[in-house]
Design a protein around this ligand. Structure first.
Ligand code: AMP
Ligand code: GLY
Length: 440
């Protein structure tokens, strides 16, 4: 089947690879020349992924039947609405359904109005004065978020990034003055626990869960530094995580199902991958954010072990015929992102990077190209994450060791990696942290 794939990151390379495995004929649109995606494309177009008219024209010209959209920005620009109008089926949400991600206040209000579990107390503001007045009335720690999209980088947490009332107000003013996210500020109760990602395939009504993943948002080893889009992630062979019980997972899935039901009731049924990010607290999973797409890096973990035909899954999401029979292999995975020097603060870009895919494959790993580009015949780094390396294994430890061996075959002199992701020490710290919270 002729399939349109939009996006040029590691997440999209993993999706394109999964579609290729299932026999799709691919037509890909991205802004950077991602070599992993281009080599799988029958045709590709380099352009702004939010340029809805150009993308739809490219899809129509090439007789595309089904579309998969990787990133959130084109969803917000209404790409799915336009593709559907042109008669193309979409395995991604409409602009109205994607508000679950594109407006953090829409998400919190929907969850509140429908009495769904897992909400955190919150208040949204369109000016700094009102936010300040609210801040003076509360006695718990909060998290400051721009309401609109910021690529995962706009969130600051009291007690981690913000250490006083003044710090907090300074950041709130910065968001308004700089119009960061473009839609005001939301102040949320700070949840304490361990984070995990539950992604599901959704067809408007039904959800089918993927393996649980833990991402690492902080830029530096030991979970310190600024928030990033995600530095790396792991899954376990039983599709749970070492600190998450079957019961915790059921609670998270009930929340995702309730959100899908609420969106259908509100007249904007959700089709596509839904990403639930949860903080597992002593009172069960709390919603940190809901995204209208695969997580990046999380997509690379789960799509590497997807055994079912991804094209079939996408078609079923688009047509509302999702069955319960989506299969993932019983392997653990560890993904570490190679990112440009300065990433998270101010990236250095334009450095040559080389990836020996054959050697990586011999290590029991796969490499996915992300924000790299071709310049004068050479592969160079961009300002965002460069290459994701996913190690596979029977256990997290084995997958981590394979990932580390594979990383030696990615060469560049201006990059860094969080080597602690998926190590026995860091995973054990998560388990111990959860145990301590539960017994306190
Ligand atoms: P987000 O972009 O909403 O995923 O936030 C980025 C990171 O900030 C998350 O991965 C969490 O580590 C942290 N964070 C966001 N919201 C909260 C919250 N309400 N409580 C505690 N931590 C949070
Ligand atoms: N890895 C987090 C995200 O994709 O939003």
């Amino acid at each position: 089947m002729k399939v349109l794939a939009v996006g040029g990151g590691g997440r999209e390379h993993a999706a394109v690879e999964a579609l290729h495995r299932s026999g799709s004929e691919l037509y890909c649109v991205m802004k950077n020349a991602n070599p992993g995606i281009i080599r799988r494309s029958a045709k590709h177009l380099l352009c702004d992924e939010k340029d809805v008219d150009r993308v739809v024209a490219f899809a129509v010209e090439n007789g595309v039947e089904l579309a998969f959209i990787g990133p959130e920005a084109p969803l917000e620009a209404g790409i799915v609405d336009a593709l559907e109008k042109a008669g193309i089926k979409c395995a991604s949400p409409t602009k109205a359904a994607a508000r679950i991600e594109t407006s953090k206040s829409f998400m919190r209000k929907l969850v509140q109005d429908h009495g769904i579990d897992g909400n955190l107390s919150f208040a949204s503001f369109d000016n700094a004065g009102d936010a300040e007045a609210y801040l003076r009335t509360i006695d718990h720690e909060i998290v400051v978020k721009p309401v609109g999209l910021t690529g995962g980088k706009g969130v600051k947490v009291q007690g981690e990034h913000l250490h006083s009332f003044d710090d907090t107000m300074e950041y709130i003013r910065e968001i308004f003055d700089g119009n960061i996210g473009g839609a005001g500020v939301i102040l949320e109760e700070r949840a304490v626990g361990e984070e995990f990602t539950q992604m599901c395939f959704v067809d408007g009504r039904h959800i089918v869960p993927m393996p649980l993943v833990q991402d690492h948002k902080r830029a530096y080893e030991g979970d310190v530094g600024p928030n990033t889009g995600g530095m790396g992630s792991y899954t376990d062979s039983d599709h749970l995580l070492p600190f998450v019980t079957e019961e915790d997972r059921k609670a998270a899935l009930a929340i995702v199902q309730a959100i899908v039901d609420a969106l259908a009731d509100e007249g904007c049924p959700y089709r596509g991958v839904m990403y639930g990010q949860f903080m597992l607290t002593v009172n069960g999973p709390k919603i940190i954010e809901i995204n209208a797409r695969f997580g990046d890096p999380e997509a690379m973990n789960v799509l590497t072990v997807l055994e079912s035909s991804f094209e079939d899954v996408c078609l079923a999401m688009a047509e509302g015929t999702l069955g319960a029979d989506v299969k993932f292999s019983s392997e653990a995975t560890v993904c570490k992102y190679v990112v440009p020097k300065g990433y998270g603060v101010k990236s250095e870009s334009g450095h040559e990077i080389s990836v020996d895919e054959e050697a990586i494959s011999k290590c029991g790993a796969v490499a996915y190209y992300a924000n790299v580009d071709m310049k004068d015949g050479k592969l160079v780094t961009g300002t965002s994450r460069s290459v994701g390396v996913v190690g596979k294994g029977a256990t997290i430890e084995e997958a981590e060791a394979n990932c580390e061996r594979a990383l030696e075959h990615v060469k560049c002199d201006a990059v860094f990696v969080r080597h602690d992701i998926g190590t026995r020490e860091l995973v054990q710290r998560r388990v111990d942290h959860m145990k301590a919270l539960r017994s306190a």
